[in-house]
Design a protein around this ligand. Structure first.
Ligand code: SF4
Length: 204
């Protein structure tokens, strides 16, 4: 069993985890960070964000659990992109549409987070995804609600008002700050503009 105020907080990366931990503490909760993100590609990027979450946990003296670590009760295959790739393959052409692919991506992360929370006796879970202004807030709330139940509440706290505080602290602390959402499709969307500019008439 966990303390009555314990929360398993799914952590997508270091910078996005800072203010959710601080805000949940302000509200009287005791968050434990949980890194589970098979949507982060390539593995070198996954490792940077994983380390970022560990760095934030150390800074905030917060407990942290890694889904890919057997020592934490996790599974080494949790880092593998296969479940994410399978979900996208099922979408076909729809994978290029964030409105279709991102809700599946939230599901892939929040469903196992809820399962892990139940296994460890947490009564609540939440996610640092609710800190980002780039994510589909309603789809995250929907995914959380789908996996909540009488034994496990989903805290749909809106962490976005603290965005700038999190940016400032992550820079001060030297936490790794990523340049794209996570998956290779997000990375493509992020840099496609540069490709378009590079092949514009008169640039070569
Ligand atoms: S853009 Fe981000 S939220 Fe959407 S599928 Fe890719 S990693 Fe997941």
């Amino acid at each position: 069993m966990q303390p009555a105020n314990a929360v398993l907080l799914h952590a997508c990366c270091g910078p996005c985890s800072i203010m959710p931990v601080l805000r949940l503490r302000e509200l009287g909760f005791a968050p434990t960070l949980y890194f589970h993100n098979p949507n982060i590609h390539p593995l070198s990027e996954y490792l940077r964000r994983r380390q970022g979450v560990l760095d934030v946990a150390r800074r905030l003296d917060a407990p942290v659990l890694l889904a890919d670590s057997p020592a934490d009760g996790g599974d080494p295959l949790a880092a593998h992109p296969r479940p994410w790739l399978e979900a996208m393959a099922a979408l076909g052409e729809g994978m290029t549409d964030m409105a279709r692919r991102c809700p599946l991506c939230y599901e892939l992360r929040l469903k196992p987070t809820a399962r892990f929370a139940r296994g460890l006796g947490f009564a609540r879970f939440s996610t640092s995804l609710l800190y980002s202004r780039y994510q589909n807030h309603q789809a995250i709330l929907d995914a959380g609600a789908r996996h909540a139940g009488p034994d496990l509440a989903f805290l749909g706290e809106d962490f976005r008002p603290w965005l700038l505080d999190g940016v400032r602290l992550s820079k001060e602390w030297g936490i790794y700050r990523q340049q794209y959402c996570g998956c290779l499709l997000g990375e493509y969307d992020r840099y496609k503009r540069e490709l378009d500019e590079a092949r514009a008439p008169g640039t070569s």
